[in-house]
Design a protein around this ligand. Structure first.
Ligand code: SF4
Ligand code: SF4
Length: 363
């Protein structure tokens, strides 16, 4: 395909192993085993190819990326290439020694997710006793190392009432940024949707509180906001468009336009062992399947929003309508919209939600 822009960032999923068991984890239901993870040299080659393709940033993620002993070496390689490195971490094992090593390797930014503002709920959601206290201590160490810190507040029906405390907590921890992100219902999140989804009224209140906090904390804390778009009139601009700005590499080396793309069964995604990133980004049929606007259904073709939301999320269209080429069914123009709303409202209205189905770490 001609006229394809280079990617901005690579999400490098170094491993699917993680000590936490979050029931909304964005990892696929079928995770890569430790034995299938790419080795250090292959990851370095991949980082070099990403830079040559035009990427500016690498987000080291997982699973829990600090479980890889070569993380420092990979950050160092990314730094030598001129890539901006971000670490997305559960942080329960982010020791002082590890932070020292990563900072010396050139790490620029750390992102720590919090499942609540106090131990009871945070530890229950993450499925790990003591997670909250360890995360809070790790966040303090990140600041002590003078690294930029973002807190990620993952919002669901169990912690939605804690939002005002999340603002206070992020400011007290001297985070630069707080990402208030409602759970996205793919993979494990979709499996646990009935246990997690808040009501529409709770989401509206979250939106109001975020707007207020942006004023209250102006100049102190940048607040990003990701809604659970089942309740929205328009879909989110998922990944800023399919294969447009971002791509993802799994622990075993599969190259994807987003972390949930494997849920679209008719697409075969290539691996870094089969082709170069340049070839994959520009020419792979799965990358070109929903790129741009030509593939869009008629309603989107004639819509002013088509280059703003890029018809929303392909994985959500697949999960909720059975066809990834449909417009995102959360759009008010979709014939599936009422169905999606009914589903969300019925699940959210349950007085007692079902138990979590925890994600377990692969071996
Ligand atoms: S289990 Fe939780 S902490 Fe671990 S990778 Fe998944 S979402 Fe992140
Ligand atoms: S019709 Fe398509 S392009 Fe327009 S808002 Fe809905 S999903 Fe987006």
């Amino acid at each position: 395909m001609t006229g394809v822009e280079p990617p901005l960032a690579l999400l490098a999923e170094l491993t699917h192993r993680c000590p936490l068991r979050c029931p909304y984890c964005s990892n696929p239901l079928e995770m890569d085993a430790r034995a299938d993870e790419m080795d250090t040299e292959t990851w370095k080659r991949v980082l070099s190819e990403a830079k040559a393709l035009g990427a500016m940033q690498v987000h080291f993620s997982g699973g829990e990326p600090t479980t890889r002993p070569d993380l420092g070496e990979l950050v160092s390689h990314a730094t030598s290439l001129g890539l901006y490195s971000n670490l997305i971490t559960a942080a329960v094992a982010l020791t002082d020694a590890k932070l020292t090593e990563l900072k010396e390797a050139g790490l620029a930014h750390v992102q720590i997710s919090f499942q609540g503002t106090e131990p009871d709920i945070a530890d229950r959601i993450s499925g790990f006793d003591g997670a909250f206290v360890r995360k809070r201590e790790a966040a303090e160490r990140v600041i002590a190392h003078r690294l930029a810190l973002t807190l990620n507040a993952v919002i669901n029906r169990h912690n939605v009432e804690q939002l005002p405390v999340f603002f206070e907590m992020a400011a007290a921890m001297k985070a630069r940024r707080l990402e208030v992100a409602h759970v996205q219902y793919y993979g494990w999140g979709l499996k646990n949707r009935a246990a997690l989804i808040p009501t529409q009224a709770q989401v509206q209140e979250t939106t109001r509180l975020v707007e207020q906090a942006r004023e209250d904390y102006a100049g102190q804390l940048v607040i990003d906001y990701v809604v659970p778009d089942y309740y929205s009139r328009r879909p989110k601009s998922c990944m800023n468009g399919w294969a447009r700005r971002f791509f993802n590499i799994t622990p075993a080396g599969k190259v994807l336009p987003c972390h949930a793309a494997e849920s679209i069964p008719h697409l075969n995604f290539p691996t870094v062992h089969q082709a170069s990133l340049r070839d994959i980004w520009h020419n792979d049929p799965a990358f070109n399947a929903y790129r741009g606007t030509d593939w869009m259904p008629e309603t989107c073709q004639s819509c002013d929003n088509k280059k703003i939301d890029w018809a929303g999320c392909r994985c959500q269209a697949m999960a909720l309508t059975g066809d990834a080429a449909n417009m995102d069914p959360v759009c008010e123009k979709s014939p599936f919209k009422d169905l999606v709303l009914d589903l969300a409202e019925q699940e959210a209205a349950r007085e007692t939600p079902p138990d979590f189905i925890y994600r377990e770490s692969p071996r």
